[in-house]
Design a binder for this molecule. Structure first.
Ligand code: SF4
Ligand code: SF4
Length: 171
């Protein structure tokens, strides 16, 4: 069976591996870093302009894919809310001994609140684990695209990409 974004709606392992915005395993181990899962050649570049560290480059041709210069990325998360394709999230594998923290855009209501336990989903939209909401940034500076930070068990750090609606509070 064919796989990949075009056929399934989510990126295959091969596509992720070849994605120039995906950080290397060694960089991921060092602390918070942007993970840019953008593989469609479309005219788009707000991520490049949003990064204060020049850690994202697209270059002369606006349809080129964004390249992450992982050594320059400070893990600030400013690029997350500017991406119209919701292709950027932040992953921090060093959050605590057993947990990773991730941040992602979330444009659904109701928004969760800090401390909520939430269903964390993978790229297929399947619930894979439970997360805890750490904070939500929803400022004018973020173009009113809320960015949700959650903690999850470390083993799911690279699998979880969002949370599932409805945001039914888990006990
Ligand atoms: S997380 Fe911050 S430093 Fe890293 S690429 Fe995004 S805007 Fe740049
Ligand atoms: S803003 Fe998003 S969709 Fe546009 S080039 Fe950057 S990562 Fe890709």
């Amino acid at each position: 069976m064919e796989n990949g974004l075009e056929f399934t709606g989510y990126l295959s392992e091969k596509e992720l591996k070849n994605c120039p915005g995906y950080p290397a395993e060694e960089r991921l181990k060092k602390g918070p870093v942007a993970v840019i899962e953008c593989i469609q050649k479309i005219p788009c570049n707000p991520c490049e302009d949003a990064c204060p560290c020049k850690a994202i480059s697209i270059g002369e041709d606006i349809t080129d894919l964004p390249v992450l210069h992982e050594e320059k990325c400070k893990g600030c998360g400013l690029c997350i809310s500017v991406c119209p394709g919701q292709a950027i999230r932040l992953v921090n594998q060093t959050y605590s001994e057993n947990e990773a923290a991730i941040a992602f855009p979330f444009e659904f209501l109701p928004l969760p609140t800090s401390g909520d336990k939430v269903c964390a989903v993978n790229r297929k939209g399947e619930v894979v684990t439970t997360g805890r909401v750490l904070k939500i940034i929803n400022s004018r500076k973020n173009d009113r695209t809320p960015v949700v930070f959650i903690s999850i068990p470390k083993k799911w750090a690279l699998e979880v990409v969002s949370i599932k609606l409805p945001n039914k509070k888990l006990e």
